[in-house]
Design a protein around this ligand. Sequence first.
Ligand SMILES: Nc1ncnc2c1ncn2[C@@H]1O[C@H](COP(=O)(O)OP(=O)(O)OP(=O)(O)O)[C@@H](O)[C@H]1O
Ligand SMILES: [Mg+2]
Length: 444
Amino acid sequence: MKMLYKIQWSSCLPSCMGFSEDSLPKSKSNKSASKQAQRLSFSDLSNPPTPEDLSISLVGSNLYVFSVSELKVITQTFSSNNFLGEGGFGPVHKGYVDEKLRPGLKAQPVAVKVLDLDGAQGHREWLTEVVFLGQLRHPHLVKLIGYCCEDEHRLLVYEFMTRGSLENHLFKRFSASLPWVTRLKIAIGAAKGLAFLHEAEKPVIYRDFKASNILLDSDYTAKLSDFGLAKDGPEGDHSHVSTRVMGTEGYAAPEYVMTGHLTAKSDVYSFGVVLLELLTGRRSMDKTRPNREQNLVDWARPFLNSARKLSRIMDPRLEGQYSSKAAQKAAELAYLCLSSHPKHRPLMRTIVETLEPLQDMLDDIPMAHFVYTVATPQTKTQDDDESKTVEEEKIKRHHRHRHQLHGQRHRNRSSPAVAALSEDATVYKKFGNGAPRNSPEHRL
Ligand SMILES: Nc1ncnc2c1ncn2[C@@H]1O[C@H](COP(=O)(O)OP(=O)(O)OP(=O)(O)O)[C@@H](O)[C@H]1O
Ligand SMILES: [Mg+2]
């Protein structure tokens, strides 16, 4: 049987509840408690939480509490050099924590998100993020390291995700195109994150699944960020949660927008939209396009169930370097996710199981043009190393194999003096980190 630990809400978020700075925990809460306790639902808090809420069951959340002055040191006073981007919550800055800051907190780069007090989101979104992400841990969820709640200041401190958001990679003009296998890896990682949330003992509906909320690690491992809109799933006999319609235009499921009825299948719809974005390289909503092409789902749907038609809407930046068979399967899956009947949409678990085998479909990837890049010891950077992900190596090996089979003469021109790399032109373009983003999405 699960143990339920009674922890005072004040001990978790003391300064937000009007408690003195002195009572701030200086290190993590009791870890052993967190392992056994049950996740606190957001509904366990009244709206907005008050000090009367204090007696609630809460897991030891493993979060560090920071002061504003500490975060200024960490981010070099939120210097513009460290600016990463800005969404509805507020600006995000890169920072660095050193090992002396807290016992047990390792030295690492972090991303610090500052609540814009004049912005669209507020204390409630901040608290939702702390309550959900503070308790949920998974390889495909971004790790919340801690928070700051001092006077009116509300900040969040996350693990730093080296490659920023999927949105930056897919849509920013100056970022190099993501190779097909990397797109699949991202889709699978994000799907695993959602599957974890939906299958949790107390299921969570994420509600804001979109390309800008999928962050990428150095090896393109996808992690979900931004739990400000997350909701506890329906309980007991309830089929859905009734809630105010929130989310982002172009990603939210139609029945949720129309009725306010939220289910895990709303996330599945949003997943279908992101899958389409990965296939087509187009934004879910793009007001710069002709009218009938502005809504990605409406425009792409008729092309999804035929291989011949699909090729007409695949991202031109892939330059044909993808498996048509795998793309067709992914498109059929997207079609199901985007069904107007939520019940017809697959479970996230099924989506993971459908996508995973597509990673091994490499046979029908057309032969790439080969370019010869000369790397000298002077020009080789750490970034060059990082850009060779496991998937890229896999494709490279595959192509080498194919070249052997076809007896082609594309060989490495290596010499002892200069290391020459023969590489797939699409796969080995250098990945930029994407330009910072300033404009918030179209919020519903
Ligand atoms: N943990 C992180 N590591 C690295 N970069 C991050 C991290 N969190 C956020 N960012 C960067 O900051 C940008 C802004 O993120 P934020 O989540 O605030 O806004 P958004 O997702 O673009 O918009 P929205 O408010 O609609 O969610 C992201 O696009 C990303 O590039
Ligand atoms: Mg976001």
